[in-house]
Design a protein around this ligand. Sequence first.
Ligand SMILES: C[S@@+](CC[C@H](N)C(=O)[O-])C[C@H]1O[C@@H](n2cnc3c(N)ncnc32)[C@H](O)[C@@H]1O
Length: 232
Amino acid sequence: MTGTSLAPPPIVPALRPSEYTAALIQALQADRDRVRGARVLEIGSGSGIVLAALGAMGAAALCGVDIEPDAILGSRRLLAGLGLAAPVEIHRGDMWLPVAGRRFDLIVANLPHFPMEPVPVAGRLPTWSSGGADGRWLLDPFLEGLPVHLAPGGRAVLTHNAFVGLDRSRAIACDHGLSFRILLTVLVYLAEEKLSRMTPEVLRAEDGQSLHRYGPYTFGEMHIVEIGAAAR
Ligand SMILES: C[S@@+](CC[C@H](N)C(=O)[O-])C[C@H]1O[C@@H](n2cnc3c(N)ncnc32)[C@H](O)[C@@H]1O
């Protein structure tokens, strides 16, 4: 056999895509015509897999931001190996800081937003697995940054646990003159280990509402939300 076959980059277990990642990609694929030609930003790009999927759907340019060094290395390697037509930039930094002053047609995010106090994870920042007691540590600054980073007519698509205050997110969007709609709702399995760390007030309020328990097994509702800017 002639020619060289490039080995795929090794999977970094901590960056492995989740059910949240899969649902986000599914919602974006369902409307791929709106991805084609878009200048895309992902906040919290992790392994780079969502950017990879958007590149395959025909995005014009891909920009990722993540705060963890492993994510920067892993995503650069993944995206470089795919031979995508779109130019790729990956920045290490906190949320909006690396893209200050820039606007994008499509901004995606699957941020940590599970309502629990941070648990120490060796070598990781406190936000690695936790969204703080109310789950909104990262969600709120993400939403507040959208008005100055969405291009006219642009949109954001994000994962949003139903048990972290969907109405609050809708109100933030509305205050900034942005539209807000749910594209998809799925159930995600919540392992007992994770559920036992959930902020007790949230657990009490959401049990039987957005949290569905069947014996020892629990599922939580998770939405894929689209937030849009006016075309101007
Ligand atoms: C749940 S992972 C999602 C990774 C990938 N987008 C996916 O869907 O599989 C969340 C990512 O957000 C990143 N992150 C956490 N806090 C951040 C911050 N303040 N700024 C940028 N990225 C952050 C984490 O390092 C992690 O890679």
